[in-house]
Design a protein around this ligand. Structure first.
Ligand code: GTP
Ligand code: ZN
Length: 350
């Protein structure tokens, strides 16, 4: 039985990228695979042709300390002859948040190589601010977004609410879905064509797992069993997994997130309405607060303006810290070079 009857996803230029990794590492035996799930210290991977069943592999120690962090679910990787992940192939379409932690500025890649982010917010009281934030981090990684207003059966005006929220955040695909009535499920399927990979994001309790089960239909039982035995056998924790949907689409399931910190910008994309209107303000640095001739203040709802300010402040804070870290790093490299040159000069003296 294959876990992914319709394959493990599209990947353009896989051969070229693999060749580049072989050249870089000087190893010509590397083979490609995709990470289906990440556990503590091991990764479940599958090869594109699935000639062998998915298997748990390790990663080379050096990979774990790299700036991009260890391999994650959705990654395309190069495996060596010892079945260890030797390289992570370039990531396209990433969702990155600031790692959770007080005053910390570090990045966490939530999903890699995704072509769509499904941002879930539950009805009847969707939190627009929370959705905006997820839309912004997806936008920062060049990942298009569809909004899913879940639990549509709890809101008699679900479709209107979805439309309104989509307009407000600037997302064309905004769909009310209910697992209870089945409304919207077909539309979600149509957003996930064969070979495409999407990630499902949203707060705890939004109904993500329930929706995933509905999308998987009967497939889940078949795939679930295999995975469960993997998990139990190894006592590992699954954080995210790549799932194969019946129509051939792939979906990365993420656990509910309490905190989603900004990392790579994306604020301006999400608040395009404000950015565009601001061009009409009298002052270029207008804060849309008490300035005269402000084109934004009276047009944009106060809560949205406040949300924009808050995210922009947060992004500025992260940018500061990232700039400081880069400066520290380049100072470090500078001193290393000076010391190296000093040692060399000394060697020549002797
Ligand atoms: N009325 C209604 N309830 C739903 C629907 N979908 C999910 N729920 C309920 O919402 C609750 C939360 O659902 P989950 O699927 O566990 O939510 P989740 O987003 O996966 O939460 P985490 O696993 O914590 O991230 C459960 O009690 C579900 O039964 C729906 O379409 N309608
Ligand atoms: Zn203004």
């Amino acid at each position: 039985m294959t876990l992914f009857p319709a394959g493990i996803g599209r990947r353009d230029q896989l051969d070229e990228e693999l060749q580049a990794a072989r050249t870089a590492l000087g190893e010509d035996q590397l083979i490609p695979a995709r990470v289906l799930s990440q556990h503590s210290g091991v990764w479940l991977v599958a090869e594109p042709d699935q000639a062998t069943p998915p298997r748990l592999v390790h990663a080379r120690a050096k990979l774990r300390g790299e700036s991009d962090g260890p391999p994650i679910t959705g990654d395309w990787v190069a495996l060596d002859t010892g079945d260890a992940i030797a390289a992570v192939l370039p990531r396209r379409g990433t969702v990155v948040r600031r790692a959770v932690g007080e005053g910390k500025a570090d990045r966490q890649v939530l999903a890699a190589n995704v072509e769509l982010a499904l941002v879930a917010e539950p009805l009847p009281e969707p939190n627009e601010r929370r959705a905006e934030r997820l839309v912004a981090i997806a936008g920062a990684g060049d990942v298009p977004v569809a909004l899913l207003l879940t639990k549509a059966d709890l809101d008699p005006d679900a479709d209107a609410t979805a439309l309104r929220l989509g307009r407000s955040i600037g997302i064309a695909d905004s769909i009310a879905v209910s697992v209870r009535t089945g409304d919207g499920i077909g539309v979600v399927h149509s957003l996930l064509p064969a070979g495409a990979t999407a990630v499902l994001l949203g707060p705890s309790g939004a109904g993500k797992s329930t929706l995933v089960n509905a999308l998987l239909g009967e497939e889940r039982q078949a795939t679930g069993e295999v995975r469960e035995s993997d998990r139990r056998g190894r006592h590992t924790t699954v954080t995210r997994e790549l799932l194969s949907l019946p129509h051939g689409g792939l979906l990365i399931d993420t656990p509910g997130m309490r905190e989603v910190g900004m990392w790579d910008g994306g604020v301006d994309d999400t608040f395009e309405d404000i950015v565009e209107l601001a061009a009409g303000c009298r002052f270029a640095d207008c804060q849309h607060d008490t300035e005269p001739d402000c084109a934004v203040r009276d047009t944009v709802p106060a809560e949205r303006l406040e949300a924009w300010r808050k995210l922009a402040r947060e992004q500025a804070w992260v940018d500061d810290r990232r700039a400081a870290a880069r400066a520290r790093e380049s100072r470090g490299r500078f001193y290393e070079r000076i010391q190296r040159e000093a040692r060399r000069a000394k060697g020549q003296d002797e």
